[in-house]
Design a protein around this ligand. Sequence first.
Ligand code: AMP
Ligand code: MG
Length: 521
Amino acid sequence: MQLNINESYSKELPADKMIENSRRQVYDACFSYVTPKKTSNPEVLHVSEEMLLELGIDRKEAKTSYFKEIVTGNRLLKGTHPYAMCYGGHQFGNWAGQLGDGRAINLTEVVHQNKRWAIQLKGAGETPYSRSADGLAVLRSSIREYLCSEAMEHLNVPTTRALSISLTGDKVMRDIMYNGNPAYEKGAIVCRVAPSFIRFGNFELLAARNNLVALRQLSDHTIKHFFPEITASGKSKYLDFISKVRDKTIEMLVHWQRVGFVHGVMNTDNMSILGLTIDYGPYGWLEGYDKAWTPNTTDAQHKRYRFGNQPFIGLWNLYKLANALYPLIHEVKPIQEILDTYDSIFEKKSLEMMRSKLGLLVPKKNDIELIGRLEETLELTETDMTIFFRKLGTITKKDTIPVAFDKIKPAFYSLSELQNEIKVYWNDWLSSYLDRIQEESKSDVFRKKAMHAVNPKYVLRNYMAQLAIDKANKGNYTLLEELAILLKNPYEEQPEKEYWFVKRPEWARHKIGCSMLSCSS
Ligand code: AMP
Ligand code: MG
């Protein structure tokens, strides 16, 4: 494999001086050198062809045992120096101190076609940051990360990527619902890839420990490689940095709201400084449109990370980042101004996004009211978000209300609930919508095409991932393959795959892994 190795993080930033791989507090360092654990019987289950191309790896090479040994940690690429990152974070609103890569090991960085990629193994064994856990990952959570991160890329949502998913051949003990029922599961490793895996928490930990030299080094490193457009110096440089991270965070969150993605654990250690969706744990996809929904059972009580709260949490997390960067700026006012504009930028972007979902191509003043009313109406009875917006695109200017209603009907979970008051709301809304699209100058065909480009037909519904997991646990990877292919073209009609364009089946409503997920992974 002729990878163009070009390491920057470990070269430019301070390393942990201790090389012993023991669990501990690591001071005065941005990372610790570690070696992935040897796996007993590795087997590559799936490889992302798009990612092979991005990295400049030949398809044939991906079939070799050399590739397998690399992506499962049994062998190191020549001239590379694997390490685990040191970071902290706010978890569920509270400062948690040092966290770090407890089970992620960065193999190296490569530059291909002028793009920098950090390559990381998730589940490759202990690091100084493993705290009380084992540094491993199971097949179940690895399939969820592998399929979803690549699916997000094809949905045009900023995300970390995945090159491969492999079995390790080793068994891993997990208590899935944390209820005293531990059992062995198959161990697995996802080889993740991103321009960088730096998180808000990397900055927070250095600031909390008052290590301002390293804080400046890390900020300069991040700006130099990932925000080259920032040319200011002194304080302004770091202020521009906060503004850029604000914008990238907003962009990512607006995309999540567009496709109905709920991350589930938006702790600051899970916030990419590049505004990429990162750390696919107990995430989920909205089926019934419900702003109060979160799939994460660990968050069931307060629902801090529910769908409708994600925009607010983005700002909350940016406050933590800004606090961490304060020592490089020493002025509250300009930082406050950057954060104060978050809401107005978010609202503007969100409105543009919702207009595009509704096919309102020429903005009108009353659109805000129409959109707000739709969001309320969608919650009156369980209504499938993906199916609703996809079907909405098929409504034409000459449709009557009953015809339009028939088109969106497949989105409702219980038609019997669509009577009396709820039906009146829907008729009212459809009537307003039909009036509104008369004001659009473009044709129905044009509008439908534009809407279908932002309203996906296929998303990785929670039960779909679970079906693939159940099969894979029995050694059958056909569904993993099928979903990987399906989700490469989420906006295209795939008539032979229409059976995935359906509401969540009833059996999945309360099944573990389909509607409820814990952080166990
Ligand atoms: P998460 O909630 O998955 O983002 O993880 C929070 C912290 O726990 C991070 O520092 C992870 O590296 C660490 N962690 C999660 N699972 C494991 C594991 N199995 N072994 C070691 N560390 C883990
Ligand atoms: Mg994490």
